[in-house]
Design a protein around this ligand. Structure first.
Ligand SMILES: [Zn+2]
Length: 249
């Protein structure tokens, strides 16, 4: 059954039998099961990532359904936690992998437990404080992670590799919360969330199959204007978060 399940993927020379084995052995945590997370998790589960930990404290709301394609009206009626509902949906699509739900918001107190034992982390959150926490922990744990963000028709995706730069190399100063546009006011285009999540899943799979040849670049997309940019990324020597100059190292 497994061979048939992944046949169209295994026959891609970039994946092959070896690549599929690496995916089946990989352990990935998806932080946030909303717009991006539901798309990433859907892709990763179907691709055969052997272990997924889904992390989200939120429940499924009717306003989620236009873009979060793994949830149903029944999930809304039952006020289901997203990590729990996502696990159920994804196991129905692939019962041959292990999926663990962690039905809590990530915070300083539970992050160590939530992110333990994984090879790669997906940032599918929608706020800077979670990203800062993920950035800090992944530097400490030497764990690669894929950042994703969407708003309106625009999105961006980048995979950070251990020792090769961090989120703060890319975003040196965090904007004040007062000027950050809120998705509930600004909107998120449904197809964009699916595409950006698929791009995150792609980068995760590319890295897991061949980390030695992976090169981090920022993918920036404006779906309404059919534009996609690929921007080079390098670690900032002066970064106070990931450089050797940071305090305490
Ligand atoms: Zn940095």
């Amino acid at each position: 059954m497994s061979n048939n399940r992944y046949q169209r993927q295994i026959c891609l020379k970039q994946v092959g039998e070896d690549g599929q084995q690496k995916l089946l052995q990989a352990k990935v945590a998806v932080i946030g099961c909303g717009a991006l997370g539901s798309s990433v998790a859907n892709n990763l589960a179907r691709a055969g990532i052997g272990f997924l930990r889904l992390i989200d404290g939120d429940t499924v709301n009717i306003s989620n359904l236009h873009r979060q394609q793994i949830y149903s009206e029944e999930d809304v009626r039952q006020n289901c936690n997203k990590a729990v509902a996502a696990r159920k949906f994804l196991l129905a699509a692939n019962s041959e992998i292990e999926i663990n739900s962690f039905p809590h918001y990530l915070n300083q107190g539970n992050a160590g437990l939530a992110l333990s034992g994984v090879d790669l982390i997906i940032d599918a959150t929608d706020n800077f404080s979670s990203r800062m926490l993920i950035n800090e922990l992944t530097i400490e744990q030497n764990t690669p992670w894929v950042h994703g963000a969407v708003l309106g028709f625009e999105g961006r995706v980048i995979l950070f590799q251990p020792g090769q730069g961090c989120y703060r190399c890319l975003v040196p100063s965090i904007p004040s919360p007062a000027i950050i546009p809120k998705p509930e006011e600004y909107g998120v285009f449904g197809p964009l969330a699916v595409i950006a999540g698929s791009l995150q899943a792609t980068e995760a799979i590319r890295y897991l199959i061949n980390p030695k040849d992976y090169s981090s670049r920022l993918l920036s997309i404006d779906i309404w204007h059919q534009q996609m940019q690929v921007i080079g990324f390098q670690r900032k020597e002066s970064c106070p978060f990931c450089s050797d100059l940071r305090s305490g190292s």
